[in-house]
Design a protein around this ligand. Structure first.
Ligand code: HEC
Ligand code: HEC
Length: 406
């Protein structure tokens, strides 16, 4: 009898622990807000009429993995966004035809972003997808070359035409200027200059459609469940996963969500642990060879991008483009010189190195940075954390809970 009583008592103790007796209602609310339970459905993309078309996603996936669209036939999107590395390359900066100047972010969950790139110089997944084809350091190709490849492969051509109608015949014969683009290398720009405006418009329409298919694929890449998500389900009583947190994990969560001790939540919030905004954490590169002013230049670039939400190739109505229309480069209370898009904190275990230039190879170095942010690199938004080594370890234990099992 006594034996049974003991078993019952210890089970009930385990349960009280498991249902999260250590969290007050406010903390529980915050935990929920950070978990996949709180993730909204993939946001709509009015500027892309095939955003949710499964055939477009299938077509876009083929393009994503196909190196024929690069200048030398060697690089596809997946060369840098590798599926087995959570769609990153685990290098400090991306390397294609040449070394780029920034770290390769994941494309998982990018459908929830409002702005793309570390500096937000694109405002949709499809307009983003057009850029790497022509970026000299990435795929070094051009819109005319990309269209040519589509037109020459009968499977691609069929898929394209099923989705977007016939590919204009004038683009089917080998163009005089196979390598032409307004933003490519010098040769591409010169060739582009020679194409009549009407034809440029046709080329851009087809190119935009190709980007829209790639975006449809990227929208299917959604974040997977993590230990943290399962734990939150457990404390909310949704499902018992029999998870018992270590002391470090509990302390790490407490530190992360305690706005008096840390400011993490101010920028890393919501189910993706990012507010999607641009913040200055003192990491701008203002000197030397690798200048990077981040958001201040990104704003200028997105406003003049011909493929933005308000441009000729967008499927959106003007009213659907509020975020672009009300973008005001002068309206910021934090310095946008040196501000970057807040990255998600999901699957950090797969996405090292960290920061826009991949300067930190591990989480310990990132936390040491937050512990003592720079005092001599322009104004920024951080306060020194002043954590002990133990507190830093706890924070890392929490961040590791955000790694998915696969
Ligand atoms: C040479 C490596 C490389 C290739 C090839 C490449 N990317 Fe990227 N990608 C990067 C880097 C580096 C960045 C960040 C650049 C920046 O912020 O300026 C990036 C950024 C992105 C982003 C923005 C993510 C975010 O959260 O803002 C998306 C989406 C993306 N790439 C998709 C693609 C697609 C689609 C292709 C193929 C058409 C592609 N990439 C080809 C390296 C690459
Ligand atoms: C003021 C906004 C802000 C605050 C506060 C903040 N972060 Fe960040 N965080 C950012 C930005 C912006 C970056 C990217 C910086 C860069 O690329 O140069 C970043 C990057 C990171 C990274 C690297 C992720 C990656 O993929 O590169 C980690 C980890 C991180 N933050 C954790 C934290 C933790 C933990 C806290 C609290 C101690 C915190 N952050 C507080 C905005 C913030």
């Amino acid at each position: 009898m006594r034996f049974y009583l003991g078993v019952v008592l210890s089970i009930s103790c385990a349960l009280t622990h498991a249902v999260g007796a250590e969290w007050n209602p406010r903390e529980l609310n915050t935990l929920r807000s950070l978990s996949l339970t709180a993730l909204t459905p993939v946001p709509v993309s009015p500027s892309n009429r095939v955003a949710d078309n499964p055939q477009a996603a299938e077509f876009g996936k083929k393009i994503f993995f196909d190196p024929r669209f690069s200048k030398n036939g060697k690089f596809s999107c997946a060369s840098c966004h590798q599926p087995d590395k959570y769609f990153t390359d685990q290098r400090p900066v991306g390397i294609g035809i040449n070394k780029t100047s920034r770290n390769t972010p994941t494309v998982v969950a990018s459908a929830w972003s409002r702005w793309f790139y570390w500096d937000g110089r694109r405002d949709s997944l499809w307009s983003q997808a057009l850029t790497p084809f022509e970026a000299a350091d990435e795929m070094g190709s051009s819109r005319t070359h990309v269209i040519w490849e589509i037109s020459q492969d009968k499977h691609y051509l069929r898929r394209y035409e099923q989705l977007f109608g016939s590919l204009p015949r004038e683009l089917m014969s080998k163009p005089k200027q196979l390598h032409a683009s307004p933003i490519g290398d010098a040769q591409a720009r010169e060739n582009w200059h020679r194409i009549p405006n009407k034809k440029k418009n046709i080329i851009n329409t087809v190119f935009a459609n190709i980007g829209k298919a790639v975006a449809a694929y990227e929208r299917t890449l959604v974040p997977k469940v993590t230990r943290f998500d399962r734990y939150v389900e457990q404390v909310l009583g949704i499902r018992d996963h029999q998870i018992r947190l270590s002391k470090d994990e509990v302390l790490g969560i407490k530190l992360f969500i305690d706005s008096e001790q840390t400011q993490c939540l101010q920028c890393h919030n919501g189910a993706l642990l990012t507010n999607g905004g641009f913040h200055n954490v003192g990491s701008g590169n203002f000197y030397g060879k690798t200048l990077d002013f981040g958001r201040s230049l990104g704003i200028q670039a997105v406003l003049i991008d011909e493929f933005n939400c308000l441009g000729n190739y967008s499927d959106a109505k003007k009213e659907d483009c509020a975020q672009l229309r009300f973008l005001d480069p002068s309206q910021h209370h934090v310095p946008m010189d040196g501000a970057f898009k807040t990255p998600s904190l999901r699957n950090l275990g797969m996405t090292a190195p960290y920061f826009h230039d991949g300067r930190f190879s591990n989480l310990l170095d990132v936390l040491r940075y937050y512990n003592e942010p720079p005092v001599d690199n322009g104004p920024h938004e951080l306060k020194a954390l002043d954590f002990s080594d133990g507190q830093i370890n706890s924070m890392i234990a929490f961040l590791k809970m955000l790694d998915s099992d696969e």
